[in-house]
Write a protein that binds this ligand. Structure first.
Ligand SMILES: C[S@@+](CC[C@H](N)C(=O)[O-])C[C@H]1O[C@@H](n2cnc3c(N)ncnc32)[C@H](O)[C@@H]1O
Length: 278
């Protein structure tokens, strides 16, 4: 889930969340809170070759590798600093079945059909060519193999108490991501995108996060540290782009924080899609 422009060696990619430490921590909080919801039904057979595209700091890699300890996972990203962190995280977790490589999804350095499965999480939302990316990944999959894609959709965020200011702050993130070439509402597009890219047996499973104060782990891990932290993170970019006045943005963030109080609630839906390469 996630605006700033970043020049990286292989291509100029605009990645709305940036690559700083606070973003790495946010991605880790996001991953650990959502593990069951997003990953409980993802595991790959022993010996299968899995390509994780856009692994970032390895927040999902650890779960992937633990759930499929005998699969051979190759995790790629375009950002070398993120890969360095991912390597550290994987070695700290004692993972032996993952190798990390720097690569661009649109120019993958592997032979066609050299993977059994591809896994992509929170990446398409940042790409200006999601269809091309899905096509390039399909070329990597052996016939009968699968792709799994997980994305959020900021249009699915609603909460109590409701707040026009909070919705405007969220819209700043959506607009910044759009200007950077991405789509913060891509979750709802996964079905048509996978079909258009030529995958078969496409199915999409919505994964709703519902948070109230009876779930303190989610209040802290999701409402505060994942979603609100992500929107708060675009304050500087939103103000410099003239998208909103500072007072309104700050009220929006305060109102998002308010939803994490005892009588607040927060809802968000992720979309998990599967497709088969024929
Ligand atoms: C929001 S992060 C998600 C990281 C990880 N999948 C997770 O869920 O924690 C998106 C990642 O996609 C990577 N990325 C963006 N465009 C890419 C491309 N063309 N090729 C490879 N990686 C890319 C970025 O560098 C970033 O690490």
């Amino acid at each position: 889930m996630g605006g700033r422009y970043q020049t990286v060696g292989l291509m100029k990619e605009s990645y709305v969340h940036g690559y700083e430490l606070s973003e790495a921590i946010r991605l880790q909080d996001q991953a650990s809170t959502l593990v069951d919801l997003l990953h409980s039904d993802t595991s790959y057979p022993p010996g299968s070759r899995v390509l994780e595209a856009g692994c970032g700091v390895g927040a999902q890699t650890v779960t992937l590798a633990r759930n499929s300890p005998e699969a051979l996972i190759t995790s790629i990203d375009i950002s070398e600093p993120s890969l360095a962190e991912a390597r550290e995280r994987a070695s700290g977790a004692g993972l032996k079945n993952v190798r990390f490589e720097r690569a661009d999804i649109l120019q993958l350095p592997y032979k066609p059909a050299s993977y059994d499965h591809v896994f992509v999480c929170f990446v398409l939302e940042h790409l200006s060519q999601p269809l091309e990316a899905l096509g390039a990944l399909k070329a990597m999959i052996a016939p009968g193999g699968t792709i799994t894609v997980i994305e959020g959709d900021h249009g699915s965020a609603y909460f109590h108490p409701d707040s026009a200011a909070a919705q405007k702050a969220i819209q700043c993130q959506v607009e910044l991501q759009r200007r950077a070439g991405g789509n913060a509402n891509v979750g709802r597009c996964l079905y048509p995108l996978l079909l258009q890219a030529g995958y078969a047996e496409v199915r999409v499973s919505p994964r709703m996060v519902y948070v109230d104060s009876s779930k303190p782990g989610l209040v802290d891990g999701f409402t505060r540290k994942t979603f609100t932290a992500m929107i708060a993170g675009v304050r500087g970019s939103a103000l410099s782009a003239g998208l909103i006045e500072s007072e309104l943005f700050d009220k929006g963030i305060e109102d998002l924080k308010r939803t994490a109080e005892d009588d607040g609630t927060f809802c968000y839906t992720f979309f998990k899609a599967f497709g088969v390469k024929q």
